[in-house]
Design a binder for this molecule. Sequence first.
Ligand code: PXL
Length: 291
Amino acid sequence: MKNPVKKIAAIHDLSGYGRASLTAIIPILSSMGIQVCPFPTAVLSSHTGGFKDFSFVDLTDSMEDYMNHWKKVDIKFDCIYSGFLGSARQADIILDFIEVFKTDSNMVVVDPVMGDNGKFYTTIDENMVHKMRDLIKKADIITPNLTEATYLLGEEYIKNIEEDQIKKMLVDLSNMGPEIVVITSVPDLYISDNIDVFAYDKESNKFWKIGGKYIPSDFPGTGDTFTSVLIGSLLNGDSLPIALDRSVKFIALGIRESFGFTYPAREGILLEKVLDKLKMPMINSNYELLE
Ligand code: PXL
């Protein structure tokens, strides 16, 4: 029998407080039956959104040894998934990692974590944008939010963006390398309070849209949650639109759980209350195939 539990290398920071990056990625993917092997890029006392005096240890100098050990052990990954980087130089190390661990059958997912709402996160600068452009060339799937997509393309962030402009961004980004491009956090021009996700699959030349109710951006970690559910669904055999829809629905459920309590939004969505919904049957699917 083929061994059923898939493995993922998760190259992200560990933020001790606030349900972002590895503290979201590990429980989500393990609840979906996937083994997560964390490869930490930095250790922070909390994520950087909504906190000022967080501690930050950049792990760039330890990453080569970490990778070389994994190389020696000869680990076979079904997916390589990178996110928040502790320094721009880490992008080069991840490119080496991809060179070593990429196979014909596994997938490389890059979430180019850099900012939101038209602004960089505190620790990110222009240098990171240049390096992320190199990194996405080697990805099969990328999942920027609208802010990160505009940084990658060197364009200006416009909140009220037309569907045709988004489709052009998707194609332009896929021309930089990735087969599948997903852009999250796109405000809907026509339905107020909706935030949409758009995706383009180069092989089938199809564009998808998944509409969702407004997700306040002061809930950090939703990007990491989104991409983790997407990857878990794809590794478990879902199609792209179903996997996207599952991710949007899961985040909406998490936020609805959170509203009933008084935890500060900066703690992130109440994952612990909804992890058991990750394998929900996808009835009432809510995706659109765009013309
Ligand atoms: O969720 C993305 C993310 C990851 N890691 C750190 C962050 C953020 C977003 O703010 O601050 C440290």
